[in-house]
Design a protein around this ligand. Structure first.
Ligand code: ADP
Length: 486
């Protein structure tokens, strides 16, 4: 009996979905609600034999899936999309219970994730080849695109639904079959997508989800198996590097969406109110647990006091609480370790001379995962809080004097995912946008992700792009055909 009440209780799944079957394993693991520690599910651990079955099923199913017309695949995806939207309240409820984010944010993620299914259903029909000018009179050159084959992916707990659809939708649209290993903190949001894919009639073996806590072993199987052609990962830079190395043994195509260290620059010509609103949206969404969250607020000296005053008022007004309570704007962190890591960064910064303006206190209860919205000033770009990804509800403010100084500080990191800046000077907007060594730049915008745009990073933030027309290319091979003797 589930402790989560859904409109459709058949959406509550606790076993891996392999070759169209729900499979029990030899052991189970617990899923706990980060808001109160309540055990909300016992989920079957996938066995390595079941992972092998998933790979074999995907190999076999992919061949017939690729032979469908793009239009036929698109129709399956559109049915899946509609089912996700139809059940969005239940999907959001599952997500809030296992991940902690406020219900409104969970619902927004379900809708956002679904738009990738819709987008790539449309893009399936636009996988165009090319005819190139011939190099000799008796030759003709054409280029076609074909699915890479079987795809494996590993996804994180911070966006437990959309990080799956962002990979599965383009893979399926391209004619690939996929095996997904979601984070063990949030398996329910993954498995419900499998249930809906099943209801959409997506053929057995095309979409598989394997759930388990031994990420290392499952990851090893998925990154070294010769029948897997492509590997896609969203998670930490540290783990991404290991998986990239593992993929080398079979020369897989690899896409990586890794960590970030987003600068959020506020110039003295900015619309300050808009910048503060953008700062709140960018920093505190999902309690700061996103890879594109503003990590460092770089603020021009002349507006520093004014910006900090306005930001403090807004940070202090954020309501912390259980995501099921509609008043909550900030939910719990995913677990106690995540909270302790964030608090350690704040403590280190304080010891190095930074000042905590508000928040910054651990909850009294040892088992609580609630960390208050925190603002830290007098930070320098060399402190660990400015060099590491905070991944929590902590805003740091670093002053600067000139545009050149701001750009240099913004780029002084190994990460290169998202950057943001606020300015009303059009010349500066172009200069700064072009100078930032990041894959994505928000200009007078604090939240920028959508399926129309190519999401991804440079430097140690990743390889490849998700979304946009190029998103499907990650799952396609290019074949050049040379016709001779014409
Ligand atoms: P996060 O900090 O978001 O938890 P991780 O990189 O640790 O980032 O986790 C992202 C995903 O990678 C999760 O599904 C997790 O289970 C998986 N993972 C973690 N460590 C490994 C590993 N050594 N091999 C394969 N997958 C891993």
């Amino acid at each position: 009996m589930t402790v989560i009440q859904l409109n459709d209780n058949d959406l509550f799944k606790t076993q891996s979905y392999v070759a169209g079957q729900w499979l029990a394993g030899n052991a189970t693991f617990e899923v706990n609600d980060p808001a109160n520690g309540e055990r909300i599910a016992e989920v079957s651990e996938v066995t390595s034999a079941q992972v092998a079955t998933a790979i074999a099923a995907a190999v076999s199913a992919q061949k017939s899936w690729a032979k469908l017309t793009a239009d036929q695949r698109a129709r399956y995806l559109m049915t899946w999309y509609q089912l996700i939207l139809q059940h969005q309240d239940d999907l959001a409820m599952l997500m809030t219970r296992e991940q902690g984010k406020p219900l409104a944010e969970a619902k927004a993620e379900i809708q956002y994730g679904a738009t990738f299914v819709q987008w790539f259903a449309e893009q399936a029909k636009r996988v165009y080849g090319e005819t190139l000018p011939n190099p000799a009179l008796d030759r003709r050159i054409s280029v076609i695109k074909q699915p890479v084959g079987v795809v494996a992916c590993i996804t994180p707990w911070n966006f437990p639904s959309s990080m799956i659809t962002r990979k599965a939708a383009p893979a399926l649209a391209a004619g690939c079959a996929i095996i997904v290993k979601p984070a063990s903190e949030t398996p329910l949001s993954a498995l419900v997508l499998a249930e809906l894919a099943d209801r959409a009639g997506i053929p057995k073996g095309v979409f598989n989800i394997v759930v388990g806590t031994d990420a290392k072993a499952i990851g090893e199987q998925l990154t070294t198996h010769p029948d897997i052609a492509k590997f896609s990962f969203t998670g930490s830079t540290h783990v991404g590097k290991q998986l990239l190395a593992q993929c080398a043994s079979t020369v897989k195509r690899v896409s990586l969406e890794l960590g970030g260290n987003a600068p959020f620059i506020v110039f003295d010509d900015a619309d300050l109110e808009a910048a503060v609103d953008g700062a709140i949206a960018s920093k505190f969404r999902n309690s700061g647990q996103t890879c594109v969250c503003a990590n460092r607020f770089l603020v021009q000296q002349s507006i520093l006091d004014e910006f900090v005053a306005r930001l403090t008022t807004k940070v202090q007004s954020l309501t912390l609480g259980n995501g099921l309570d509609s008043a909550s704007q900030l939910g719990p962190m995913i677990n106690r370790k995540a909270l302790d890591d964030v608090h350690q960064l704040v403590t280190n910064a304080q010891q190095a001379g930074a000042k905590v303006v508000c928040g910054g206190k651990k909850p009294e209860s040892q088992s609580s995962n609630y960390y208050p919205a925190t603002l830290v000033t007098h930070v320098s770009n060399t402190m660990s809080i400015a060099q590491e990804e905070i991944f929590g509800p902590v805003a740091t403010v670093i002053p600067f004097k000139t545009e050149a100084e701001a750009i240099a500080m913004a780029n002084d990191t190994r990460f290169g995912l998202a950057a943001y800046f606020y300015s009303r000077d059009i010349g500066r907007c172009f200069r700064v946008m072009e100078a930032l060594e990041y894959g994505m730049v928000g200009i007078n915008a604090g939240v920028i992700s959508n399926p129309h745009a190519p999401f991804g990073g440079v430097k140690e933030s990743g390889i490849g792009r998700e979304g946009a027309a190029v998103g499907i290319d990650e799952y396609l091979e290019i074949k050049y055909a040379c016709f001779g003797d014409i």
